[in-house]
Design a binder for this molecule. Structure first.
Ligand SMILES: Nc1ncnc2c1ncn2[C@@H]1O[C@H](COP(=O)(O)OP(=O)(O)OP(=O)(O)O)[C@@H](O)[C@H]1O
Length: 297
């Protein structure tokens, strides 16, 4: 059984709003991304994982426990960062962090202090007087200091500046090395590509694609872009029958799609041509997803 198992999860808010028949399996130690545009259904799904809402249909189990029926027990293993942070009580950041460690019965204050320094977070400030970014950092420090087995995070990088986002991403990589299981939503494709093993894409409440990031990173089908010196060479190359994904006539440029095994043959062929340049176009999750969204429309 998967560590986190979402089975046919449905919450119908009517007028095509909500989530519909979502099934995902997240394995132990996996960093799993959940991406989609605003209103796609990320928060609704995550709130089911935390047992905050009951599904109309389907189920969520975490370590075999029903997230809805055994929500208190599930919380013993899970640290959660909500999308909208509203701190209870009228305390300082420090008091809040200490209280969370006390209430959850796990984690360490030393680690919380260390993380606060890393994020340059002033924990003497009252949680209600904190800026959006400070609140986000406090929630992140609390989640990471708790040393939970599973991290569930709803758009955790919202409100962080690029430097802080990098620090956060590095910390997640450390958590992953410790064997933690991470499920995070995001609308920033670049960050999920950087740290996730797999990514599910949600659109209008439905999963439209589950992407194995390694397959994009180590895809054996590559795209090469080349520019020819003369129009004659440009035309002659096009006539050779290679799989051409795009041409830019005015620049005499050609984009060729080719499998790694054929690359030597292509290079041999090109010896007979005058080129301005030849380079590989790196495939990114963002491009891949743009294509998926285009096909879905
Ligand atoms: N309690 C609710 N009652 C009615 N509709 C709701 C409720 N909660 C969410 N929705 C609707 O369900 C859809 C999914 O919302 P959700 O908040 O899960 O999306 P999201 O992907 O998290 O978006 P965002 O990135 O904007 O937070 C939206 O159309 C939203 O308006």
């Amino acid at each position: 059984m998967a560590y986190i198992e979402i089975k046919h999860l449905t919450k119908d808010y009517k007028k095509e709003r909500g989530i519909f028949d979502i099934s995902l399996e997240i394995e132990k130690g996996e960093v799993y991304g959940f991406v989609g545009i605003n209103g796609a259904g990320k928060t609704t799904t995550i709130r089911h994982l935390m047992g905050f809402i009951k599904p109309d249909e389907g189920s969520v189990t975490i370590k075999g426990l029903d997230a809805s029926k055994s929500s208190a027990e599930v919380k013993r293993y899970v640290s959660y960062i909500p999308g909208e942070i509203n701190f209870p009580g009228n305390t300082s950041g420090e008091e809040f962090l200490k209280e969370q460690i006390y209430l959850s019965g796990r984690g360490s204050w030393n680690r919380a202090k260390e993380l606060s320094e890393l994020f340059q977070l002033d924990i003497s400030a009252n949680v209600h007087a904190m800026s959006k970014g400070m609140k986000q950092k406090t929630a992140i420090v609390s989640a990471l200091a708790s040393d939970a087995d599973i991290l569930i995070m709803d758009e955790p990088t919202t409100g962080l500046d690029p430097l802080m986002r990098d620090i956060f991403i590095d910390l997640l990589k450390e958590e992953q090395e410790k064997g933690k299981t991470i499920f995070m939503s995001s609308h920033i494709f670049q960050e999920v590509e950087e740290i996730c093993d797999r990514v599910a894409v949600i659109q209008k409440g439905k999963i439209i694609e589950i992407v194995d990031i390694k397959k994009i990173r180590y895809n054996k089908n590559k795209v090469y872009r080349m520019e020819f010196k003369s129009e004659a060479d440009f035309k002659r190359f096009i006539g050779l029958g290679y799989q051409i994904s795009k041409v830019k006539m005015e620049d005499l440029q050609v984009f060729v799609e080719i499998h790694d095994e054929q690359i030597n043959e292509l290079i041999q062929t090109l010896k007979d041509f005058d080129l301005v340049y030849f380079k590989e176009i790196k495939a990114h999750f963002e491009d891949y997803i743009a294509q998926v969204f285009k096909e879905e429309k």
